[in-house]
Design a protein around this ligand. Structure first.
Ligand code: IFM
Length: 454
């Protein structure tokens, strides 16, 4: 495998982007806050990670980056970086420890201070309401397989937005429905760790329904700039065998077309529906109009590509087996190939086929790298090269007329990378997970230079 490129500076300039283009950084609650602080309830990530074999060394988000206690200095660092916006999430289990009913005022107060802290530092708050920590009490009653969760989610969304909404720039309902559904209910890789065609078929409809119910509730409150964040992989066949082409097309349908289809066309793609429909909740058709109600923007998370071939499928299996293969490109610490062209392609494809003039934002992009502090410095030149190449793709898309409005780097700081624990460092800022010391990396300094207003 070729080595990752090293690069000391960006080749793009701030002035290459439109004047009102927004640069930001992104995090999520469970990955940084420390769920043991402030009366936060138990979430399915707490129990999933405590179950041997699910998360590296059974690590969890109990302490994470202790952002709950370090939020002010974290926001200071963010301000100093010069970004205009911060994409953060509220934890459902922190706001409502049982998922419904009683509100943990201490939790809401924390987010209230956090939002004020952003505004006083000139950072526009971009909220995501669900970045994966489902309260355990809701997991106990079936989690995303239970239609009632969609209503409870809308109630939670209302509670958060009633308190913070007057100061938020944008609100996203759910982060990465593919991960919430397929990765967690079919691949078993994330909480709740299920591998079941019925589970995923239900979740893949109930998650968009929850989004829709939350959008309806928030619109009724008069909240503006409502959206959702989907993740995409550039997907193609490993070779030109008909079986590989077929497997790639189905993978692409599951990953890239299912949620777009529901949200923007009011219909799920027929090739995927063929496999899921027998297991979907009764009466699902009746929800499609609400699911496809207009939203104000779409968030796009992009990291890598996937080269697909067909596996051997036993005749009784509910879905043909699709295999993701490794290509020849340099890879990050996640073992993900670096393929910036995929971002440019997807931005155009999404806007041409689904979203038209709807504003788009890259809500996550970045890489995990083997970063270490040496003599007080983290020399992550691979990340600088990675971001530079993806910035160029974003610029290319804007030049072609894609209404791309913002770019949030994942992540502001190293954090809990879910099933991979604390090993994978995605941050612009290095975190020592014992002392909680923050050290801005070379990429932070170079991005700061890019963002400096001349
Ligand atoms: O850390 C995650 C994030 O929570 C969701 N999107 C992908 C990131 C990197 O794996």
């Amino acid at each position: 495998m070729p080595a990752l490129a090293r690069q000391a500076d960006f080749t793009v300039k701030r002035s290459d982007f439109p004047k009102d283009f927004i640069f930001g950084t992104s995090t999520s609650a469970y990955q940084i806050e420390g769920s043991s602080f402030g009366g936060c309830g138990s979430s399915h990530w707490d129990t999933f990670s405590a179950t041997s074999g699910n998360v590296v060394r059974c690590e969890n988000g109990a302490l994470a980056c202790a952002h709950y206690n370090h939020w002010e200095s974290d926001l200071d660092l963010m301000k100093d970086l010069g970004v205009e916006a911060y994409r953060f999430s509220t934890s459902w289990a922190r706001v409502m420890p049982e998922g419904r009913g009683a509100v943990n005022q201490e939790g809401l107060d924390f987010y209230d201070r956090l939002v004020d802290g952003m505004l006083s530092r000139g950072l526009a708050p971009n909220l995501t309401l669900y970045h994966w920590e489902l309260p355990s009490a809701l997991s106990d009653i079936g989690g995303w397989r239970n239609r009632d969760i969609a209503d409870y989610f809308a109630d939670y969304a209302e509670i958060v937005v009633k308190r913070l909404g007057d100061r938020l720039s944008t609100v996203a309902t759910i982060n990465e429905p593919w991960c919430v559904t397929w990765y967690s209910h079919f691949h078993g890789a994330h909480a709740p760790g299920m591998r079941d065609i019925r589970a995923v078929s239900r979740a893949a409809h109930i998650v968009p329904l929850a989004h829709a119910k939350a959008v309806s509730a928030l619109r009724a409150l008069g909240q503006k700039d409502l959206g959702i964040v989907l993740n995409f992989e550039h997907t193609s066949a490993l070779d030109d065998k008909p079986s590989s082409l077929e497997a790639a097309s189905l993978t692409e349908g599951i990953y890239n077309r299912w949620f777009l289809g529901g949200l923007f066309k009011g219909e799920y793609p027929a090739d995927v529906l063929h496999y899921l429909e027998p297991h979907m909740p009764k009466g699902w058709h009746a929800d499609m109009e609400q699911i496809a109600q207009p939203i104000d923007w779409l968030g796009i998370n992009y990291y890598t590509r996937s080269l697909v071939s067909a596996g051997k499928t036993d005749p009784d299996c509910a879905l043909p087996e699709m295999i993701g293969n490794k290509g020849p490109l340099p890879r990050t610490e996640m073992d993900w190939e670096v393929y910036p062209e995929g971002l440019g392609y997807l931005l155009e494809w999404i806007s041409n086929n689904y979203t038209g003039t709807l504003p788009l934002a890259i809500t996550e992009n970045g890489m995990a790298n083997k970063d270490a502090v040496v003599d007080g410095v983290v020399d992550d030149q691979e990340r600088i090269a990675y971001l530079d190449a993806h910035f160029k793709q974003a610029l290319g898309a804007i030049e072609k007329g894609v209404p791309l409005r913002a770019y949030f780097v994942w992540s502001f700081m190293d954090n809990f990378e879910w099933a991979l624990g604390y090993d994978k460092r995605f941050g612009l800022v290095h975190v020592d997970f014992e002392s909680f010391k923050r050290t801005p990396k070379a990429s932070y300094h170079v991005l700061k230079k890019l963002l400096e207003k001349s």
